[in-house]
Design a protein around this ligand. Sequence first.
Ligand code: F0G
Length: 459
Amino acid sequence: MKPKTIIEPFKIKSVEPIRFTTRDEREVLLKDAGYNPFLIHADDVLIDLLTDSGTSAMSAKQWAGIMEGDEAYAGSKSFFRFEAAVKNITHMKYIIPTHQGRAAEKILFSIVGGPGKYFPNNTHFDTTRANIEFSGAEAVDLLNEVGKHPEIRADFKGNMDIEKLEAFIKEKGAENIPLCMITVTNNSGGGQPVSMQNIRETKEVCKKYNIPLFLDACRFAENAYFIKKREKGYADKTPLEIAQEMFSYADGATMSAKKDALVNIGGFLALNDEELATKCRNLLIVTEGFPTYGGLAGRDLEAVAQGLLEVVDENYLEYRIRSVEYLGEKLISLGVPIIEPPGGHAIYIDAKRFLPNIPADQYPGQSIVCELYLEGGVRASEIGSVMFGKYDKNGKLITAMMELVRLAIPRRVYTQSHVDYLIEIIEEVYNNRNKLKGYEIIYEAPILRHFTALFKPLR
Ligand code: F0G
């Protein structure tokens, strides 16, 4: 039998109009925003691919949960439903709600971080790195070599380099490494998955040196689905069983529920260590709120609990991973260079190969991002030298390792015809690539400059 099209496993009950603009209007809007799409009003964007975080469409059952939220300050019914849902997946003993992922990170690293401490990860996400560095500790990326090459196709390009990890522990001393992390999927490295074998092997090394292993679990369900599809021995397991096994190797986890809990706000810390959990809860009370709500309303906890049930549904994950892959495959067939294979939550255009004539210090990624907006009202984000560029002591730009443009796909929000339109826009921009120009920065903040920088096109 011929395989059938994988369709959206839902029908639409509530719609939100998107606003069409003309190219002339977009030229003015982009100029007024200093050629920085972060500064464009969302209402002036047709298809918004800035992030997959907090942009999910909630289900009818999640909205029903919003109505049922128990807003009691302490001991809310919604907390216990939330706690049970998180425990069902993680099997961890202590579940601490936070308002989003970085709040969990802030609490964790305020307690275990500090000067002289090191935290290895496959690749730290920016906020994780920032929270570690803010504590005075050092964040270290130990990604497997294959993950650093956008053009190489491999199944698990998010894997930790196990040999490097062990050498690193020996060099720095296990006593200076309060915990080791693995980010699933590896957002900063293209949304690439980590294999179960790699999680298991990382755990073995950590165990040998008595170092707890933590998951940055934002996209745990997408990672579980990749394991099901690509790793031997997992084809017949459910995504939930696979996720449970992933967490079984971990001693703790941080989570931004804005990704794989299919909600607009939320997060948590999950821990097995009672002493650490007590310290985290005490800090939570100062910074987020009482331990049965964290920084959330009871209704948010309900929506997370329901989202965690829905995200491990196999039909959902099949559609989710396939819809991102569909976009990736079409772009590859048009010759557009992307990180291969397509990741779980986003497609990353390789701007260096897309625009070989624009040097990194003229920000080729920014040039593509601006052109996507002008051409079709599409908003994407630069992940290259605008985001990660630093200056040496002579003021010369140290460029980023890669120049990427991320097309992050919100969950359950856009249909296949939106994606087909997006492909047409990218094709148009690609065909006109020889006409694209570089940019210079005319204003920048001292940290996280990409959010507020202002640009000028070079002529
Ligand atoms: N860890 C990873 C891997 C992430 O991708 C993010 C957020 C966080 C932690 C922080 O979570 O936003 O809830 O505080 N990533 C978003 C993105 C912002 O666009 O990739 P948060």
